[in-house]
Design a protein around this ligand. Sequence first.
Ligand SMILES: Cc1cc2nc3c(=O)[nH]c(=O)nc-3n(C[C@H](O)[C@H](O)[C@H](O)COP(=O)(O)OP(=O)(O)OC[C@H]3O[C@@H](n4cnc5c(N)ncnc54)[C@H](O)[C@@H]3O)c2cc1C
Length: 309
Amino acid sequence: MPSWNQTEQEFIESLRQSQREIYKAKKILVIGGGAVGVEIAGEIAAHHAEKSVTLVHKDYGLLSPTPFTKVNEKLQKGGMDIHSYSSPPTDPRLSIDLQNLCKKLGIKTILNVRVFFPSSDKNTEVKWDGKFGLQDELVTVRLKSGDSIKADYIHCGCGMKPNSNLVGEIDQNALDGDLIRVNEYLKVNSTSKVSILNNNHYYAIGDVCSCPGFKVGHTAFASAAKTASNIINEIKGRTLSKYNPGFISGLNLPLGPNEGAGMATFGWLGTWVFGSRLTNRARGKDAGTEKYFAGRFKGDNKPDMKVDF
Ligand SMILES: Cc1cc2nc3c(=O)[nH]c(=O)nc-3n(C[C@H](O)[C@H](O)[C@H](O)COP(=O)(O)OP(=O)(O)OC[C@H]3O[C@@H](n4cnc5c(N)ncnc54)[C@H](O)[C@@H]3O)c2cc1C
């Protein structure tokens, strides 16, 4: 994975390097059937039909589906009871749809199994030393079920966490687990009375903060917009307004340029699960990279913040 402190050129080069490595590989193993693992497996399988792609996931369904009752319970509260790092509860129908799409793309999915990091099967076989990316040769990755998989490219799609080190290194009491502890205005809120982070000058937004609601793009945007308006409120001496994530949320996963599935949740109205047609419409052929990410930093589309004082 590219690191956060790379320059743009280094970042692009590391992505190209991954592409070159995937071209060379024949047997690809993706560890983790969350959004990252499913999208990567789909992307590789769609572009390289001749390669073998295997996806191993620790849960009984892709994206770890939540039973219907739990989904409804959480959604009716708009996810407000969730204060830790959490993705939206996956509707089991979405999990099944994604599994069917994997099958269609020739991806072998192995569920309910964990991988040993690093691992070897028998002494005679080449041990996997835990390194990700292109391997020097075909290695044997051992599963906790007792089975094993041979691979020459291994992608890690699990264990990703928001990086709160910047704050944690200053004050551990300003963390709630791995997240930055915030109050209802998204201001950093340490449990230590003497913390320099409690001086009311710091906000934390998006995935890395402990605000209620699911950790998705929509809530990251909402927390950014709320914080921007509260900073203006502060400058103008106005009262701050509290953050509320709202109760609409969604997920949308492209598996290559032509397939995909997603869900949109509308609080107590329920959850709508949709397929490739809508996913392609929303994300296009490039997984939405240009529309939702790179395009925002270019030319006329580059965001320009104008503040009217
Ligand atoms: C594969 C995948 C699919 C997803 N699909 C959807 C979807 O369909 N719909 C949806 O709504 N959400 C989706 N999400 C979730 C969504 O991407 C996140 O919720 C959203 O990006 C959070 O925004 P953010 O700004 O908080 O964090 P990020 O987008 O992660 O941005 C944080 C940035 O901070 C940088 N950074 C980290 N540490 C430091 C530091 N110390 N100093 C400076 N910079 C630092 C990071 O490099 C990164 O660029 C998906 C996520 C993944 C991984």
